[in-house]
Design a protein around this ligand. Structure first.
Ligand code: GUE
Length: 291
């Protein structure tokens, strides 16, 4: 039987609708509009698409956003100067420096320089540490998006074997940690596979939930998936001008119980969770006098 398709576009829209109400309530109570600053260095076309969808999504939920476009020749010192200015601007609650950065800029230096209270990507070491200790300040956008997708489609992670493919700092590593945390949305048994894993199919075939986040187009084939597994595709690869995931959707969807498409799966959720973090950031930075 073909898999149920998990509609990330719809679930993201529902998340945004719920969020819009919370933003309206927050702004009515505080007169503060949550504000995101997005920084884009260079003119990578894919990055431009993502950044403009982030801006559009902000407007949709009643939040403000500023885009800072810097030329590809920007030095690291100049970028750090902008980040410092944004750190000290009280009207800005969240800062997002779009990755990848040009090769002459060290992304770690930039992420370290972003104030942890404004780090709505949850990339700063302090926020990653808090997450892994089970007391998150912000939840990383794509991993949290995956968690919400599973929950909204009635797939429990509790006691499930989740196999994560990919150990990146942006998806695989934080996702594996998030799903292994105690509590609802977590409690999974997690196996983290990567480029050095021997016989990767022997692991993927044991997954109740398989998450692919390796950036290799169509890597996951039907013979790597257990009949009835849930498959989440985080990949966004351009192949012959077309957007394809890390999963061979055509064949895996014949075997899985449920699967996310690309586009229309995890991608829209990432943006919805970024907005959620921006509201959290505004709350954390807005002093209200309790009475
Ligand atoms: N600081 C930083 N934070 C990020 O969260 C971040 C980043 N840098 N750099 C790049 C990756 C990638 N990423 C995506 C977000 C949305 C879609 C998305 O909405 N995709 C649509 C399709 C978009 C299209 O058609 O091109 C979809 O899957 O339906 C995809 C990818 C965020 N990233």
């Amino acid at each position: 039987m073909p898999a149920r398709i998990i509609d990330g576009k719809l679930i993201a829209q529902q998340s945004r609708e719920a969020l819009a109400l919370q933003v309206a309530e927050f702004t009515a109570a505080t007169s503060v509009t949550p504000r995101l600053a997005a920084v884009l260095v260079g003119d990578d076309p894919a990055s431009q698409v993502y950044v403009s969808s982030k801006q559009k999504a902000c407007a949709n939920v009643g939040m403000a956003s500023d885009l800072f476009r810097l030329p590809a020749t920007t030095t690291q010192a100049e970028l750090l100067e902008l980040v410092d200015r944004l750190n000290h601007d009280p009207s800005i609650h969240g800062i997002l420096v779009q990755l990848p950065l040009p090769s002459h800029i060290d992304p770690e230096a930039v992420l370290d320089a972003t104030h942890p209270m404004k780090d709505v990507d949850c990339f700063h070491a302090e926020n990653v540490g808090l997450l892994i200790q089970g007391r998150p300040r912000y939840l990383p956008c794509t991993p949290h998006g995956v968690q919400v997708l599973l929950e909204a489609s009635g797939v429990s992670t509790d006691g499930a074997h989740v196999v994560v493919l990919g150990r990146s700092d942006i998806v695989g590593k934080p996702l594996a940690n998030l799903l292994a945390l105690k509590g609802p949305g977590g409690n999974a048994t997690v196996t983290l596979c990567h480029s050095r894993t021997r016989n990767i199919a022997s692991f993927t075939r044991q997954a109740d939930i398989l998450v692919a986040a390796i950036g290799q187009p169509l890597f996951v084939k039907a013979d790597m998936v257990r009949e009835g597994a849930v498959v989440i595709d985080v990949g966004t690869n351009r192949l012959d001008g077309k957007l394809v995931g890390d999963v061979d959707f055509a064949e895996v969807s014949e075997k899985a119980a449920a699967i996310t498409p690309v586009p229309g799966g995890v991608g829209p959720m990432t943006i919805a969770m970024l907005l959620k973090n921006t509201l959290t950031a505004a709350r954390l930075q807005t002093k209200t006098i309790a009475r």
